[in-house]
Ligand binder design. Structure first.
Ligand code: GAR
Length: 190
């Protein structure tokens, strides 16, 4: 048996994608280990999920640092302590800066709730519905310095349901959990 890939999951919100990845690691579908969950929001629900799963939580508030570099240097210190190989962004609502990008070249993955390059940034599902699209979806991509840009690894379409954000978000989340798992399995088997 080969050793497990050591990953850090970055998240800022409820953490349903974190939960799906954690479950896939635990049940052996994904040959990886979440060695730390990094958050910029110490009171986010994802923190509770991580604690319940017995995963180290590293919370860093950007406002406690004078520059973005200093903020990312602190994160990097933690990532190095636990030998992280890949950064997996799961609803991490901050742009990754040069510091982390150069420490993990082509080793940072993000998931976004639209068919990129359509509807990058915040509230992608609301943006899609506002524009009246009938089909939106999910994208998993490698991260570069842009907002939800970088080489696309996988996409899956999801139909907008009744022009309704909540119903569509539920369908999108279900697809996200499956597509992120499948994409990471494929990525780590290369
Ligand atoms: C997910 O829908 C993810 O695609 C999105 O945040 C949500 C987090 O949900 N990410 C972005 O919009 C990135 N620009 P979760 O906390 O339940 O995993």
């Amino acid at each position: 048996m080969t050793r497990k890939v050591k990953i850090a999951v970055f998240a800022s919100g409820s953490g349903s994608n974190f939960g799906a990845i954690e479950e896939a690691c635990r049940n052996g579908a994904l040959h990886a280990e979440i060695v730390v969950m990094v958050t910029n929001k110490p009171d986010a629900y994802v923190v509770e999920r991580a604690k319940k799963a017995g995963i180290q939580v590293a919370a860093f508030c950007p406002k406690d640092f004078s520059t973005k570099d200093a903020y990312e240097e602190a994160i990097l210190g933690t990532l190095r302590e636990v030998d992280v190989e890949w950064l997996i962004l799961a609803g991490y609502m901050r742009l990754i800066g040069q510091h982390l990008l150069s420490a993990y070249p082509s080793r940072i993955v993000n998931i976004h709730p639209s068919l990129l390059p359509s509807f990058p940034g915040k509230d992608a599902i609301g943006q899609a519905i506002e524009q009246g699209v009938k089909i939106t979806g999910v994208t998993v991509h490698l991260v570069d310095e842009g907002m939800d840009t970088g080489p696309i690894l996988a996409q899956r379409a999801v139909a907008v349901i009744d022009g309704d954000v909540d119903k569509t978000a539920e369908a999108i989340h279900a697809v996200e959990h499956e597509l992120y798992k499948e994409t990471l399995i494929e990525l780590f088997s290369r």
